[in-house]
Write a protein that binds this ligand. Structure first.
Ligand SMILES: [Zn+2]
Length: 122
């Protein structure tokens, strides 16, 4: 089975939330809701299901960044706990919201690229 070709670079499709086939139409109808089809090329996006994949990567990436930032903050400045909460709380929320949408678009583009689907027996 040959891989489906992407017309735009994968990172650009993910970053801008574009259609994995044409690279011009958007895949999002809201913040995270996927459109039923691409408005430009008509690619059926109803089968695009990234599941919990983007959230898992957000947890791993943001968790690692937050843990190292907390360690650095504590070892460098030894601030009171409220400073940790004031710095790390908004950072976790901001990074999570910032990364969730591109990672979802990336997973949908990778599913299209590799023609991922449900497992079936021939
Ligand atoms: Zn398209």
């Amino acid at each position: 089975m040959a891989d489906a070709q992407l017309r735009s670079p994968l990172w650009l499709v993910a970053l801008l939330g574009r259609c994995p086939r044409c690279g011009t139409g958007g895949v999002f109808a809201g913040f995270l809701k996927i459109k039923p089809a691409c408005s430009t090329c008509g690619l059926d996006l109803t089968r695009a299901d990234s599941g919990d994949g983007p959230a898992v990567f957000v947890v791993l990436i943001v968790g690692a960044i937050t843990a190292f930032t907390a360690l650095w903050l504590e070892l460098t400045f030894k601030p009171p706990y409220w400073v940790h909460a004031a710095v790390l709380g908004p950072m976790v929320l901001g990074l999570s919201l910032l990364l969730l949408r591109p990672l979802k678009a990336l997973m949908i583009a990778l599913q299209y690229r590799h023609q991922a689907g449900e497992g079936r027996q021939e």
